[in-house]
Design a protein around this ligand. Structure first.
Ligand SMILES: Cc1cc2nc3c(=O)[nH]c(=O)nc-3n(C[C@H](O)[C@H](O)[C@H](O)COP(=O)(O)O)c2cc1C
Length: 216
């Protein structure tokens, strides 16, 4: 009998809620992680917490470095790009991305935006040939858990126009080349606490279903 080849499945989990206890996005992230590791017992998980360990915002030298050919980088540019290099390498090493995201003021937390600004980089995660953009993160899947304090954010619902989290992350990840972006929406965590158990049961079932289709 031939030995089973090692699994190439690699999950990168990024948490972004400032709440360390009582966070619904983190709780659902844990549930996803458990389901994922059950599905891929030999898989690897890398975790990054951008709320607990803040990332630097991109600065003048970071941007200059991003748009300067590497052979012309100054030592300051090299230093300013170290964080971006590290985060992009981490992202490229994974085949699956899990983002856990609370809605803050209708958008993503600034901690997550700092990560996005570091990883969205021309020539590394997207290309531009003078007329068209292309995503460079191919063959990857993203699972995005979003917790909202209020309800009505679903497509076509009363508060949909105020949802700058789900459409934004779906667009951004597709722009970067992700083949598939699956979102799990946990609404009304503040306005309808009695509905949380039912919402979580539904999301857990959605997670199981979306992982079923993945080949080992
Ligand atoms: C600073 C801040 C801003 C928030 N802004 C919104 C908002 O714009 N819309 C909303 O529905 N809920 C808002 N909420 C509620 C959170 O989205 C909700 O509590 C969610 O469960 C947070 O995710 P977590 O449970 O993972 O921490 C806000 C909460 C905080 C702390």
């Amino acid at each position: 009998m031939r030995p089973t080849p090692p699994s190439t499945h690699h999950l990168l989990r990024i948490d972004s809620s400032s709440r360390v206890t009582g966070s619904y996005s983190r709780k659902l992230g844990d549930q996803f992680e458990h389901a994922w590791i059950k599905r891929f017992p030999a898989g690897t998980i890398t975790r990054r917490d951008v709320a607990l360990q803040s990332l630097p915002h991109i600065e003048n030298t970071t941007i200059a470095g991003m748009f300067t050919p590497p052979e012309q980088h100054s030592s300051e540019m090299v230093a300013a790009l170290v964080q971006s290099d590290t985060l992009i390498a981490e992202l490229k090493a994974a085949d699956t991305l899990l983002l856990t995201v609370p809605m803050y003021n209708f958008g993503v937390p600034s901690a997550l935006k700092a990560w996005i600004d570091q990883i969205t980089r021309i020539g590394h995660t997207f290309s531009f040939d003078g007329s068209n953009f292309g995503g460079l993160l191919k063959g990857k899947k993203a699972h995005v858990v979003i917790a909202y304090g209020a309800g009505g954010y679903a497509h076509g619902a009363s508060f949909a126009a105020a949802n700058f989290v789900e459409p934004y992350l779906k667009f951004l990840l597709a722009f970067l080349g992700f083949n598939e972006v699956i979102t799990y929406n946990d609404e009304a965590t503040n306005t309808n606490p009695a509905g949380i158990a039912a919402s979580h049961a539904m999301i857990t079932a959605q997670m199981e279903t979306s992982l079923k289709g993945v080949t080992a």
